[in-house]
Design a protein around this ligand. Structure first.
Ligand code: PPS
Length: 297
């Protein structure tokens, strides 16, 4: 994707309706809030770095892998599954890309906390797939992402990032509020399928089966085998249509987009003291939630 580098500067965080955001995801707010969802649109929602691209590619293959094979070799995943709220100078906005999507269903990505989702998705009773990842690995992945992605705020050093994550001062706000807000929504909105990244790593095929039953799809066993193989970390890392190598705002010399894809990499980053402080704070922040995450497999 060609981006005018001069117009892309690392943003500052600011409070937006009670959530830490950067202007790249709020500049188009009115248009996004007026987005006209269709009943068959499917929204893929996550806190950043929880497995959005993985889920996007799985859904794209499930719907279009057989009927539109050329799509797989010529259109990057971020164009096939537009990022609704993104608005970066000299790039089509996510809203423009979503409006232009020729497919049925339209697959649309968002990192919004649940209360920011445009109301038409609820009015149209759209299916939503939410992916959540344990906070520790999510934090590590986000740190490396902010290092290499020039439209993200300066990450600072690891220890300041660790603190800011606990304070919820990240783009798209607090991880704790995000995963809990969407979990709460699931209790009343039946068309929300909540997936854990750790379950996808442990048993990708089993999670694809569950996804198919949620979506009402019944691909052949061979097709599911093909998809399970195609969406492995190694294959997605090699695939230029899924590894983000075609995007200019990311500096892969600093860190690749497809970085490790592991559960438990936090152990290579958290000091013993940081882990203790984190666990204590986590218990307080998540005390009212029934959500359970695994931080190792
Ligand atoms: S983004 O920028 O928010 O859309 O990023 P997102 O796609 O949500 O998350 C990127 C992390 O997901 C990992 N990933 C995978 N892990 C395992 N298997 C597969 N197939 C896979 N695809 C993407 C990716 O490597 C990032 O995690 P880290 O821990 O940084 O490697």
């Amino acid at each position: 994707m060609s981006v005018d580098q001069d117009k892309v500067v690392r943003p500052e965080l600011f409070d937006f309706h009670g959530v830490s955001m950067s202007h790249y995801f709020t500049d188009n707010w009115e248009n996004i809030q007026n987005f006209k969802a269709r009943p068959d649109d499917i929204l893929i929602a996550t806190y950043p770095k929880a497995g959005t691209t993985w889920a996007s590619y799985i859904l794209d293959l499930l719907y279009f892998g057989q009927t539109a094979p050329e799509r797989q070799t010529s259109i990057p995943i971020y164009t096939r599954v537009p990022f609704l709220e993104i608005a970066v100078p000299s790039m089509d906005s996510g809203k423009q890309l979503a409006d232009k999507l020729p497919t049925t269903p339209r697959l649309i990505k968002t990192h919004f906390p649940v209360q920011f989702v445009p109301k038409s998705f609820w009015e149209q009773n759209c299916k939503i797939v939410y992916i959540a990842r344990n906070a520790k690995d999510n934090m590590v992945s986000y740190f490396h992402f902010d290092r290499m992605n020039m439209i993200q705020p300066e990450p600072g050093d690891w220890s300041s990032f660790h603190r800011r994550f606990m304070e919820g001062k990240m783009v798209f706000g607090s991880w704790y509020d995000h995963v809990s807000g969407w979990w709460k929504k699931k209790q009343t909105y039946s068309k929300l399928h909540y997936i854990f990244y750790e379950d996808m790593v442990e048993d990708t095929r089993g999670e694809i089966d569950k996804l198919c039953s949620f979506l009402g799809l019944s691909p052949s066993v061979e097709e599911k085998d093909r998809i399970t193989g195609g969406v492995s970390f190694d294959n997605m890392k090699k695939n230029n249509m899924t590894n983000y190598s075609t995007i200019q705002v990311m500096d892969f010399k600093i860190s690749p987009f497809m970085r490790k894809g592991k559960v438990g990499d936090w152990k290579n980053h958290f000091t013993v003291a940081q882990n203790e402080e984190f666990d204590e704070d986590y218990k307080k922040k998540m005390k009212d939630s029934t959500l359970q995450f695994r931080t190792e497999l």
